[in-house]
Design a protein around this ligand. Sequence first.
Ligand code: HEM
Length: 456
Amino acid sequence: MAIGESTRDVSALPLAPKNPLPYRERLRAVREFHTGTDRLRDAGGPVTRVILGPKWLIPPIVMVTSPQGIRDILSLRDGSVDKTSAVSTELRRLLGGNLFVLPHEEWLPRRRTLQPVFTRQRVEQFGGHMAEAAEKVCGTWRDGDEIDLDAQCRMLTLRALGRSVLGLDLDERADAIAEPLRVATSYAVSRALRPLRAPAWLPTPARRRARAAAAAVRELADEILQACRADPDREAPLVQALIAATDPETGKSLSDNEIRDEMIIFLFAGHDTTATTLTYALWALGRHPDLQERVRAEVAELGDRQLTPDDVPRLAFTVRVLQEALRLCPPGPTGTRMATRDVAVGGFRAEAGTMLAFGRMAVQTDASLWDDPLKFDPDRFSPERSAGRGRWQYLPFGGGPRSCIGDHFAMLEATLAVATIIRRADIRSVEDDFPLAAPFTMVAAAPIPARVRLRC
Ligand code: HEM
């Protein structure tokens, strides 16, 4: 099969073997999707069919944890796998039709329009404020303080997003973004993963809360957009770029509703994922003083001025620290698609109407693919040790046409933040564990305490 097409006749392929876990364990494994993927694989192999009820009630799931199987799903470009799963439908119902949830036909022109906004060069225009935001957060620490790395990184990411991207002080509006988005997204995921759901029109208390939360975020996004429309010189580069963006094929611009829906997903995707990556990277450095010293020495070479996007090429080890954090703690530990026709997955046939779920975290920590897979070892991303590594065994930003549009932005932001923080402070993690939860993206399940010693 050529990559990107599903034209091959797959009717001769067998269906994937049924997962043998007892029903309750199967259900739990699907709902605890960040850790459950491993349990489903251990019981049923790297391509396994998980049935949770009759087809008319809940689609069969094919869970995939092999690089080959993930490649088969993600590299299809012809709409034969699509984002029409219950998770996408629920998210769209609440937050609107954004790039993350749109089905193929609507997604294609949207991605064409937005892709040029997120090139490596363009994101450098948004990224300049990351270092400043990190300096400010470090400026609030006192020598010997015990801080919660997770809370600090969330504040930092929100501050950077607000100042540099939206032109708004989100510090004072943090409550208007972070919590409502979490309420809305975790409701959507938890509802989507339930075999029996109340009908969408029934006003349950959870649904009312989720709708109110989504409405609050929409209101804020509208406010920012209208302020930018009224003042074209307002410093809000991403919003201004969305206003100016046009589809290179049709010349069409985005409507205000479309821009607002995209702003909401950027606020969510840009905040939660990057904050978790930073928290995990700093926690890991706080347990490995030798690695932390290498980051410090690398950034010391750049002098004492504020870091800029131009410095990133000279922060190669800091980047590796982040790559390793993203391997062990990918904020999107699993992904899903719906098969719209019968497709081949890892040598098996997945029938149209099957939910294809794939384990990024599972493949990134698979002992048959990685040496000492649970060890935090940034040097595994050195050019020498990366040579020959398969493309589909490391995919924190996904792969194929629907990979993360914000990957350069996120890496730029996180690199400047880690380098700036480690230059200012020595971090010692208090706990040896990093508890995880996955209400939608994967996040720290509890505060991540660390003691800071200021360096200057
Ligand atoms: C460390 C940070 C981040 C991680 C780990 C991450 C991860 C991902 C992954 C795995 C996907 C693919 C989902 C799938 O295959 O179903 C994705 C998609 C997406 N991400 Fe990110 N992301 C990050 C930061 C960002 C940022 C900063 C933005 C925007 C400002 C962003 C916007 C998006 C959007 C819009 C999509 C949907 C793309 C499409 O379907 O065309 N992400 N992200």
